[in-house]
Design a protein around this ligand. Structure first.
Ligand SMILES: Nc1nc2c(ncn2[C@@H]2O[C@H](COP(=O)(O)OP(=O)(O)O)[C@@H](O)[C@H]2O)c(=O)[nH]1
Ligand SMILES: [Mg+2]
Ligand SMILES: [Zn+2]
Length: 297
């Protein structure tokens, strides 16, 4: 029998929908065999099996997952599109830095997306450029977009080709508008914030919507608020400030705070590491550094 490969694009109660790229169509998925009675299946799972009676995808095996996000429950998420704005609402760099740490920890590569660029006045444009430099120097992909005019979205489509993505970011930044532009569909569910983390959609299934060439986007956004230390151990936070990884400190387990011979702090003094990013780091690990005043004013 021919082994077919598919992607679970929807999981809602007993319903499983599987997309089979080779056949360019969807099938109803039915788990097979004893093992699968115990294996949970999630949207984003890559599965192997066979097609029965031309209509059903009999799932024989679930491939190992790269990751599994819990809320929303999606497996194998390659990308998180962190949607931010300079205005409406005002940019919250600490929130962005927190999202970058948490998603890096689960091996989701972030894109920093600034939306609503159509709204910006001269001065605000400068602010956008300043933050763009900070994040691209740190090693992130940054895109400027207007969901209203559609500007910049082709760059996003290009970046995430063939990947499974989700949107994250605070309320009102334009996540629903971006999803609508990318897929033509409405975002079904509300944000998952830290406070309402049970979410408004625990009973709703998760769907992946196709767009671009072989790309899928979750119709549930990721976190809009996040307490990093709930997800990442304090001593590991430094690993997810990717620009810090370029420097070698005297002590390999340097926390880049009070140790002598800290190359990250040296880079901060030289202006190679951004003060804003470093301040976020300290805030995340709940540290205070007296000398920061004199380095960063
Ligand atoms: N001017 C402008 N407004 C936008 C843009 N994207 C979204 N909006 C508006 O911002 C508001 C919030 O957008 P929405 O997509 O609901 O944000 P969400 O809460 O992140 O899902 C709506 O009134 C949108 O029409 C944009 O690129 N430019
Ligand atoms: Mg929305
Ligand atoms: Zn150090």
């Amino acid at each position: 029998m021919v082994v077919e490969r598919g992607l679970v694009v929807e999981r809602e109660a007993q319903l499983i929908r599987v997309f089979v790229p080779k056949r360019e169509r969807y099938f109803r998925g039915i788990p097979r065999g004893k093992l699968l009675k115990k294996t949970k299946i999630f949207a984003g799972d890559r599965v192997e099996g066979s097609i029965v009676e031309g209509e059903l995808f009999a799932i024989e095996r679930v491939e190992d997952r790269k990751n599994l996000l819990i809320r929303p429950p999606i497996a194998n998420v390659d990308r998180v599109i962190c949607v931010m704005t300079i205005r409406k609402p005002d940019f919250d760099n600490f929130l962005l830095d927190s999202l970058l740490v948490v998603y890096d920890h689960v091996r989701c590569e972030p894109v920093v997306l600034f939306n609503k660029v159509d709204l910006l006045e001269e001065e605000e444009r400068e602010e956008l450029e300043r933050w763009t430099r900070i994040y691209s120097d740190a090693g992130y992909e940054v895109v400027h977009v207007s969901a209203r005019t559609g500007r910049g979205l082709e760059r996003v489509v290009d970046l995430v080709k063939g990947e499974i993505c989700i949107l994250a970011g605070p309320s009102g930044v334009g996540k629903s508008s971006i999803l609508k532009r990318l897929t033509g569909e409405e975002l079904r569910t509300g944000e998952v914030s830290e406070k309402t983390e049970r979410g408004r959609h625990t009973t709703t299934g998760v769907r992946l919507i196709p767009f671009g060439e072989g790309s899928f986007i979750g119709d549930t956004p990721g976190f809009s608020r996040v307490e990093v230390l709930q997800f990442v151990r304090k001593k590991d936070v430094r690993k997810y400030f990717r620009e810090f990884l370029r420097y070698e400190c005297r002590y390999p387990d340097c926390t880049h705070t009070k140790e002598p011979g800290c190359a990250v702090k040296e880079a901060l003094r030289e202006g190679e590491v951004s003060c804003e990013r470093y301040k976020s780091y300290l805030k995340m690990i709940k540290e205070y550094l007296e000398e920061l005043k004199e380095i960063c004013d």
